[in-house]
Design a protein around this ligand. Structure first.
Ligand code: C5P
Length: 364
């Protein structure tokens, strides 16, 4: 690309990464609050409905951006022509490729709600960094990428950092009162009795977050491949791809999540929007915004850089939950979070753009 275009791309890349750091930190705090704060006599909102609403918001936003793009690239065309052009791009013969990532992202988003409802914000945020590892594994397996020794070191440190936070007194139950080994092992997976959120089930939370990390790695590598493969074709801007992604996500979110899984619950407990309040709407908007920022990051940077930015948000959300919601800060958790950040920097260590498979190579 020419000089100014390079600079523009570089600014978009930096801005999207910065926005991702802020969005991630805000989302974890607000979502955690929305799932764990007392609701009084009101029922708690259902995660399945939120997953669906997020997709509808993203679909509208992506469609607006795609329409803007279509008008900007063909200024004199009539509204009818623009609509036809958009329709043909969205339902292009290769649009079916988005069905798999749409289904996987929907499952991932549901698992994130389950995880965040059962873990404290720091444990969730740090454990979710396993997606860095899964992204690398799937990049090696599916895209044939290689990673350097320094990056492997970063990955090992990352795992240690995650373990450190897991072993912190704030996230483990009271093992001293367990009398048998089975009890001791089981006690590792149940909430500590002094926990403010007694309804937490740590085993379910951890299983959900590991599942979400696995799906995140697989899906983002697959999505990056689709974006990269189609970059040359004018019909497939990132916003068209995102319209396709949200469109196909609506079906599993509606039929499996809302109707099949929560249908009876919705009918009995006051309808689709029962329990919705300002915090829930803020969670939904932040999550939808996050999806759009992730799309820009994958397109203008890549998945590994996107994950790097996301893990920086640990520090922000860690400090944030402690200050805003009074969650306990422990030495172990603080050290674990610090190790994760150092590991991420080591991991970043300027791999070649070819290794990263960058869509639009930009040197910083
Ligand atoms: O990075 P991570 O895997 O955690 O982020 C994935 C999130 O971004 C999911 O919520 C997914 O629905 C969203 N996303 C999106 N559009 C894309 C890629 C991801 O909305 N093009």
């Amino acid at each position: 690309p020419s000089g100014w275009r390079r600079q523009w791309l570089s600014s978009v890349q930096r801005l999207s990464l910065l926005l991702l750091v802020l969005q991630n930190s805000a989302l974890v705090m607000v979502m955690h609050h929305s799932r764990n704060s007392p609701t009084g006599s009101q029922p708690r909102y259902l995660a399945s409905t939120a997953v669906l609403v997020v997709e509808v918001v993203k679909l509208s936003a992506s469609l607006s951006l795609a329409t803007y793009g279509a008008i900007a690239s063909n200024p004199p065309s009539s509204p009818l022509k623009t609509a036809r052009h958009l329709y043909q791009s969205i339902f292009a013969p290769d649009s079916w490729k988005l069905i798999v990532p749409a289904a996987l992202y929907t499952l991932q988003n549901s698992l994130v709600y389950t995880a965040i409802s059962n873990l404290d914000a720091v444990t969730f945020q740090v454990t979710y960094q396993l997606k860095i590892l899964t992204t690398v594994l799937f990049s090696i397996l599916l895209l044939g990428r290689t990673i350097s020794l320094r990056q492997w070191l970063g990955l090992i440190l990352l795992t240690l950092g995650v373990a450190l936070v897991q072993l912190s007194p704030s996230s483990t139950p009271d093992i001293s009162t367990a009398s048998t080994w089975t009890e001791k092992i089981l006690s590792l997976f149940t909430s500590p009795s002094q926990s403010p959120a007694a309804h937490h089930n740590v085993l379910i939370g951890l299983t959900a977050v590991v599942g979400a990390s696995l799906i995140s790695g697989l899906t983002c590598v697959y999505f990056e491949k689709i974006l990269k493969d189609s970059l040359g074709s004018t019909s497939s801007s990132i916003w068209i791809r995102n319209v396709q992604l949200s469109f196909f996500s609506i079906f599993p979110a509606l039929f499996i999540g809302v109707m099949w899984y929560d249908g009876a619950n919705i009918a009995q407990n006051g309808g689709f929007f029962a329990g919705y309040n300002a915090v829930v709407w803020t969670t939904i908007c932040l999550q939808a915004l996050g999806g759009l920022i992730v799309a820009v990051c994958i397109a203008y940077a890549d998945n590994l850089v996107k994950n790097f930015a996301a893990s920086l948000s640990i520090v922000l959300s860690y400090a944030g939950t402690a200050v805003v919601f009074g969650e306990k800060m422990t030495l172990h958790s603080t050290m674990g979070a610090a190790v994760v950040v150092v590991a991420t920097f080591l991991y970043k260590s300027r791999p070649s753009t070819q290794q990263l498979g960058t869509l639009l190579p930009i040197s910083n």
